[in-house]
Write a protein that binds this ligand. Structure first.
Ligand SMILES: [Zn+2]
Length: 342
């Protein structure tokens, strides 16, 4: 377990995506903006589709999938690629941090990797069936994801988060818990230096017990827009399984009508940003339930979805304003509980 680095520290991080078009310049901007907002573990700035950014390079290297007219098809058993996937994003971020003198302002970089169940959910086997229905394909993809994690782990990432938004659906669709646990186990074993974390947004209730039994020491969920998730875990279980809870505490997917009004100039974008008081109260609520020691603070999910509303960078301005509010609220909470555990 490498949770000591997070335990009792109320650190801040992000999920990873930002609503900017993909370019190295924009990745650098997303990273810089996170550092300036005061995020402890910023992400390199994930601007590509979370599935295709891993599946396209797999297809290029003939590793069991093909892309046809934007759809991903299974054409053989998924294989570990010869050339590492996605490492360039971590390398660029490291370089940018050190060249710009920002390295000292952060604790380390957080890298998102899409999990095997979620990757399997977008791979078509036939017109009607997807790879998530085939346990052997999910497990083969877990080996592929493990190889990607290994690259990032050796490349110096401090936290690597496996994104598995599809887990509740996969359970519902009939994928067995023991297959999911076996797949997650393959992935978590690839970690050596980085802190393993698992992010699953949406309803946490159906997956909480499963994830507690997994080898991941950090479990991350959306709580702000899904406050019923506060009932998915309790302090005793978090302590018993020695987990840190990633607390989504700002909404990354604001009301669509409000976003349309902002885009049309009818409302100010600042209306989509929570107040520091509101976020502080939310962190306090979670702290009272779970204990402040076991919280890692982050937004509900990535901000990439905001891109669809705006032709310019307003979505990004909203995202960064939310991060600043989150950092400020965390500072206040830290100050208050300092005398106790922090
Ligand atoms: Zn998410």
């Amino acid at each position: 377990m490498k949770v000591e680095e997070l335990y009792g520290k109320l650190r801040t991080t992000v999920i990873g995506s930002f609503p900017l078009p993909h370019s190295y310049e924009n990745m650098a901007r997303a990273l810089r903006d996170q550092v300036e907002a005061g995020i402890d573990y910023p992400c390199y700035g994930q601007l590509l589709d979370m599935n295709l950014m891993f599946l396209e390079p797999l297809a290029e290297q003939g590793c069991g999938v093909e892309i046809r007219e934007g759809e991903v098809w299974l054409v053989g058993e998924p294989k570990t690629p010869a050339k590492p996937i996605g490492l360039e994003y971590l390398d660029l971020a490291m370089e940018h941090l050190s060249k710009s003198g920002m390295m000292g302002k952060v604790i380390g970089l957080k890298v998102p990797v899409t999990g095997p169940v979620t990757l399997a959910s977008v791979i078509k086997v036939t017109k009607e069936h997807r790879a998530v229905e085939y346990p052997d394909v999910v497990l083969a993809l877990a080996d592929v994801v493990a190889s990607i994690v290994k690259g990032y782990d050796e490349g110096g990432a401090r936290i690597i988060t496996i994104d598995e938004p599809v887990l509740p659906y996969a359970l519902y669709a009939g994928l067995k818990e023991d297959v999911i646990l076996e797949a997650l186990d393959k992935v978590v074993k690839a970690f050596s230096r980085a802190i393993p974390s698992l992010h699953c947004c949406g309803d946490a209730q159906p997956v909480a017990d499963l994830l507690l039994r997994s080898g991941f020491p950090v479990l991350s969920h959306a709580f702000k827009a899904t406050p019923q998730n506060l009932e998915a875990y309790d302090r005793k279980k978090l302590e018993g399984y020695d987990k840190i809870l990633g607390l989504g505490c700002v909404d990354s997917n604001p009301d669509p009508q409000l976003m349309l009004d902002v885009a049309a100039g009818r409302k100010a974008w600042s209306e989509a940003v929570e107040s520091v008081d509101e976020v502080e109260a939310f962190i306090d609520k979670a702290g009272e339930i779970y204990g402040y020691d076991r919280l890692l603070i982050h937004p509900d999910c990535g901000f990439g979805g905001l891109k669809s509303y705006f032709k310019d960078d307003v979505g990004h301005l909203i995202a960064i304003a939310k991060l600043k509010v989150m950092v400020e609220a965390t500072k206040r909470v830290k100050k208050k509980v300092k005398t106790k555990a922090l």
